[in-house]
Write a protein that binds this ligand. Structure first.
Ligand SMILES: [Zn+2]
Length: 289
C-alpha cells in the first residue's frame, strides 16, 4: 500500500482527472438463506432476490447503454447457472463480469480447500454459460480469510474490489509468494443497501428509517462522486440490481450517471481496465506501492 501520509492523485489515461469504475453485485437470491436451504421455505424472499437477474438487470443494461457506461457486474456462479440468458446479455452489451462466490459464501468462514472449490466451480460455470474467465473478484459478505489472496491468485484473479484501505487502487501482496492483486476499494457510502434496502424480516437497518429519502440518497452519491473527482481519485460502487434497479430507484441512478457524464475529465472504466492501468506502471505519482 501507499504510505499513510501520501495524498497524491494517480495519473489516469489520456490526462483524465478521475476514475469511475461503476459496479453492481448481481446477487439474486444467493446468500445465507440459500446456503442453509431456508430460502426454499420462503418463496417470497426468493422472488425478492430473483427480481435482480430476472427483471432489474434489463432495466440497468438499457440505462447503461443510454450513457455508454462501462460497468462491472460481480455475479455469484449460481445466478449465472440459473439465469444464463440474462447474464449473457451483460457480456453481449459490452460489460465485464467478475467472481462473487458460487452461492455468496462468506470466504472468511471457508478453509483453503473450500475456497478453492468455490473458485473452481465458479470458473467452470462462467466458462460453460458465458464463455469467459473473469479476472476480477469481489468478496461476498464483506470480508475474507488469511488464505484468500493466495487462492484468488491461483485461480487467475488479477484484481479484487473487496477492501476499504484507500480511495485509489492499491496492491495487496500475497503472504506466500511474490505475486500481488490490485485492489479497487469501495466504501459503504456507495453501497445502495445503506440507504435503500428494505426487509420485513429481519428488520434492517435496526432502529433507523426503513429506507432513506431518494433525494437524500442521490445527494449523498453525488457528493461522494464530487469529492473523488475533485481530488482525482477512483470511485467504485457496491450497487445491487435487486435494490436500486427498480422503476423508481433507477431514476436515481439515471440522475447520477447524467451528473457524472456532465463533468469533464472522468475516465469511466471496468474493473479490469483500471487494474491493468494500475499494473502498467503509468498510474502512480509518488505513490508507488
Ligand atoms: Zn453480494
Amino acid at each position: 500500500m501507499s504510505a499513510a501520509n501520501d495524498t497524491g492523485a494517480p495519473c489516469w489515461p489520456h490526462g483524465m482527472q478521475s476514475c469511475v469504475a461503476l459496479a453492481f453485485d448481481l446477487d439474486g437470491p444467493t446468500g445465507d438463506a440459500l446456503l442453509d436451504g431456508s430460502i426454499w421455505r420462503n418463496p417470497a424472499y426468493f422472488t425478492l432476490g430473483a427480481y435482480g437477474p430476472w427483471r432489474a438487470l434489463g432495466y440497468l443494461l438499457d440505462l447503461l447503454d443510454e450513457y455508454s457506461m462501462p460497468t462491472t457486474f460481480f455475479v455469484p456462479a449460481w445466478v449465472i447457472e440459473h439465469w444464463p440468458v440474462q447474464c449473457r446479455a451483460i457480456i453481449e452489451r459490452g460489460h465485464e463480469v467478475g467472481y462473487h462466490g458460487d452461492r455468496h459464501e462468506a470466504f472468511w468462514r471457508l478453509d483453503r480447500q473450500q475456497q478453492r472449490a468455490v473458485m473452481a466451480r465458479s470458473r467452470m460455470l462462467f466458462q460453460r454459460h458465458l464463455g469467459v474467465t473473469p479476472v476480477g473478484f469481489r468478496t461476498p459478505s464483506g470480508d475474507w480469510g488469511p488464505d484468500t489472496v493466495e487462492v484468488l491468485l491461483d485461480a487467475g484473479v488479477e484484481y479484487s474490489s473487496s477492501m476499504r484501505g484507500d480511495d485509489r487502487p492499491y496492491f495487496i501482496d500475497s503472504p506466500a509468494s511474490a505475486r500481488r492483486l490490485v485492489e479497487i476499494p469501495g466504501r459503504w457510502e456507495l453501497d445502495d443497501y445503506a440507504t435503500l434496502a428494505y426487509h420485513r424480516q429481519p428488520n434492517f437497518p435496526i432502529g433507523l428509517d426503513r429506507s432513506a429519502s431518494y433525494e437524500t440518497t442521490f445527494d449523498n452519491w453525488r457528493r461522494e462522486f464530487a469529492g473523488c473527482h475533485r481530488d482525482g481519485l477512483c470511485m467504485t460502487t457496491i450497487f445491487h440490481p435487486k435494490v436500486s434497479g427498480k422503476p423508481g430507484r433507477i431514476l436515481l441512478l439515471q440522475r447520477l450517471l447524467q451528473y457524472m457524464r456532465e463533468q469533464p475529465g472522468v475516465w469511466f472504466a471496468t474493473g479490469s481496465q483500471v487494474a491493468r492501468w494500475w499494473t502498467s506502471g503509468h498510474a502512480t505519482v509518488g505513490a508507488e506501492a
